[in-house]
Design a protein around this ligand. Structure first.
Ligand code: 8Y7
Length: 276
């Protein structure tokens, strides 16, 4: 159950919190406030102080309709933050990217995890991730970020997500990524409507049969807005409920904007789980 991220080891039978650090000018819930290096470092320090085990640094918005970025633009946004956080802070830096060049450079600068919402499907991504030698998070997505929310359809969401992830595990292994370096994510909101997302969350524990640690991201997502009627900046209670459910159902990593609050919720879940 131990997993090695660069020079750090974590027990994946526990639940860990990953803090979101957007270094985009257009990300929906940070509003691009943290696009300068000093602001990014300040925010990262705060999340580590609040108990984040991972900081997920992303320079490309996957929101439908977001402007696409060039490889150079993404490198310029992501690399300084990855390097500074890896140097200064006791935390695992995760690089949120689908771009092979960004994977390679970020890991060279100290990133310990590759988080690819396109499941290493871009040309060169499997090879880059395999050469980088760090764990990867493979996320389910139906379609492409631009168009994924246009009438997503499934016959059986759990089966289709499992089959997709199984195919991507096989591709990753064939590219030379060790099976013990693979984390899986059902990809809440990535080509899924509210019913799909709810069905996946309700049956999350069944994804454990795939035999890999699970990462989930539900923080502030639109399904929580649909359920509660709240705007994005008022979704903390709903996000904590979603994190609690995920931790109860066996998630090893929970990706969130609100680290301090989520760490407390996860502590309660772990205390209950450790009580037989
Ligand atoms: C997820 C993610 C986003 C997620 C993983 C948002 C980068 C959208 N969501 N990565 N990234 N899982 N692994 O609302 O659910 O934060 S971006």
């Amino acid at each position: 159950m131990e997993m090695t991220f660069g020079r750090r080891m974590l027990d994946m039978s526990h639940c860990h919190v990953m803090g979101v650090l957007n270094v985009t000018p257009d990300s929906f819930s940070d509003g691009g406030q943290y696009n300068r290096l000093d602001a990014a470092l300040f925010r990262a320090r705060e999340m580590v102080k609040h108990g984040a085990a991972f900081i997920d640094v992303g320079g490309e918005s996957t929101r439908p309709g977001a402007a696409s970025v060039s490889v150079q633009q993404e490198l310029d946004r992501v690399c300084p933050a990855v390097e500074a956080i890896a140097r200064e802070l006791d935390v695992i830096v995760s690089v949120d990217t689908s771009t092979p060049e960004v994977m390679a450079q970020a890991v060279g600068l100290g990133a310990g995890l590759i988080n690819d919402v396109r499941a290493l499907q871009r040309d060169g991504a499997l090879v880059a991730a395999a050469s980088a030698g760090v764990p990867v998070c493979i996320m389910h997505i139906q379609g492409e970020p631009e168009t994924m929310q246009n009438r997503p359809e499934y016959q059986n969401i759990l089966r289709e997500v499992s089959e997709f992830l199984t195919l991507r595990i096989r591709a990753a292994e064939q590219a030379g990524i060790p099976t013990q370096n693979i984390i899986l994510d059902p990809g809440f909101g990535f080509g899924k409507n509210i019913e799909h997302n709810l069905r996946l969350l309700a049956s999350l524990e069944q994804l454990q049969v795939l035999g890999h640690p699970l990462l989930v991201g539900l923080s502030r997502k639109s399904m929580l807005g649909q359920i509660t009627g709240r705007d994005v900046d008022e979704r903390l209670p709903a996000s904590l409920a979603a994190a609690t459910i995920s931790a109860m159902k066996g998630a090893s990593i929970i990706r969130v904007h609100d680290v301090r609050e989520t760490v407390d919720a996860v502590k309660v879940v772990m205390a209950v789980k450790e009580t037989v």
